[in-house]
Ligand binder design. Structure first.
Ligand code: NAP
Ligand code: ZN
Length: 349
């Protein structure tokens, strides 16, 4: 076991501060990683602030991890010392249920181990995430990072990337489909890039008119201001697919109204009760409301490889860990362009 520096919160109303945590001594199948960069997901904030009522303290957030291998266990075959690697939202699963057999570790029937705030099978207690100097992870949950990509802008792919990629694939978005992405934050900006790369006609659906120019630069063909009822009416019944990243419970009816007959809106953000859903909005044109959770490990690797081939990374703002509390405020105020990434070297200051 080793002790490493980390940054985390001791209570739901506390700022993040420097803390010391323990990492296990690497096992035969483990990869020991020194962390270079870690993205800041809105989920980190939800967990620190106990929005989902299941946080365990201290919370050491971070599940968009890029680092390099400092050592590998004797049975590790896929990675070697010095290699650049990634770790996303999961660090383990049972590997022995229907979901794991299908490569859907995020739905492991015996419970996947989340990168932070999961049950730590090795040290007891709960897992600690990427706002730290080092992490030790079973090689099955370590990702290969295409070498041509700009490392600093890769971390968000590990959560924001896979969370938007997976539903676009699952619902089979095709060239020419009219796809709406709701919410231009960390997830939304990756949603635009992927839908655009898949050849869709992409509409950014936002509450922030000032983000319109950026949305177009990211690959949106149109911008729809969700607060403008007239614009929303004009686009009613016209979408083939909607990816909704709004981070809180909200009224989904105006968005359902945008879908064509038989089409689906997928929620990835609002992991909490929604306002009353009008059954009529679903029934009248046989519309569907669905959800999606990150993606499996193989699918995550496919997404990273696609990013390598198409030169896709995130648009990031790099920060030192000491500025994390201000960054959280900015995310909550929808003022992020479009993902904060922490330079973990700053933790050594
Ligand atoms: P983010 O960077 O804060 O982006 C969310 C965007 O949603 C905001 O920038 C804003 O965009 C819009 N928005 C915020 N509050 C809104 C409201 N009340 N009504 C309408 N629009 C609102 O967050 P993120 O990191 O992309 O994460 C989004 C959500 O997904 C979070 O809840 C996170 O926990 C969750 N998440 C889920 C998964 C999963 O597997 N399902 C994985 C990762 C994250 P505009 O200014 O454009 O309106
Ligand atoms: Zn996340």
């Amino acid at each position: 076991m080793s002790e490493v520096k980390a940054y985390g919160a001791k209570a739901s109303d506390a700022d993040l501060e420097q803390l010391d945590i323990k990492r296990r001594t690497p096992l035969a199948t483990d990869v020991h990683i020194e962390i270079d960069y870690c993205g800041v997901c809105h989920s980190d904030i939800h967990q620190v602030r106990n929005d989902w009522k299941n946080s365990k303290y201290p919370v050491i957030p971070g599940h968009e991890i890029i680092g390099h291998v400092v050592a590998v266990g004797s049975e590790v075959t896929k990675f070697k010392k010095g290699q650049q690697v990634g770790v996303g939202c999961m660090v383990d699963s049972c590997q022995n249920c229907e979901a794991c057999d299908e490569g859907l570790e995020q739905f492991c029937e015996n419970g996947m181990t989340a990168t932070y705030n999961g049950k730590d099978k090795h040290l007891g207690g709960h897992t600690f995430g990427g706002y730290s100097e080092e992490i030790v992870v079973d090689e099955k949950f370590v990702l290969n990072i295409p070498e041509n990509l700009d490392t600093k802008a890769v971390p968000p792919l590990l959560c924001a990337g896979i969370t938007t990629w997976s539903p676009l694939r699952q619902w089979n978005v095709q060239k020419g489909d009219k796809v709406g992405v709701v919410g231009l934050g960390g997830l939304g900006h990756m949603g635009i890039k992927f839908a655009h790369a898949m050849g869709a006609h992409v509409v950014m659906i936002t509450t922030s008119p000032e983000k319109s120019k950026d949305a177009e630069k990211l690959g949106a063909d149109e911008v729809l201001i969700s607060k403008d009822e007239k614009q929303m009416k004009e686009q009613a019944n016209s979408f083939d697919f909607i990816l909704n990243t709004i981070p809180v419970g909200h009224d989904v009816n105006p968005y359902l109204n945008l879908l064509k007959r038989d089409k689906t809106m997928v929620l990835v953000g609002a992991i909490e009760p929604l306002k009353d859903v009008n059954g009529g909005a679903l029934i009248i044109k046989r519309k569907r409301l669905a959800g999606s959770l990150i993606g499996g490990i193989e699918e995550t690797q496919d997404m990273l490889d696609f990013c390598g081939e198409h030169d896709i990374v995130s648009d990031i703002e790099m920060i030192d860990i000491q500025n994390i509390n201000t960054a959280y405020e900015r995310v909550v105020n929808s003022d992020v362009k479009y993902r904060f990434v922490i330079d973990m070297q700053s933790l050594k200051k």
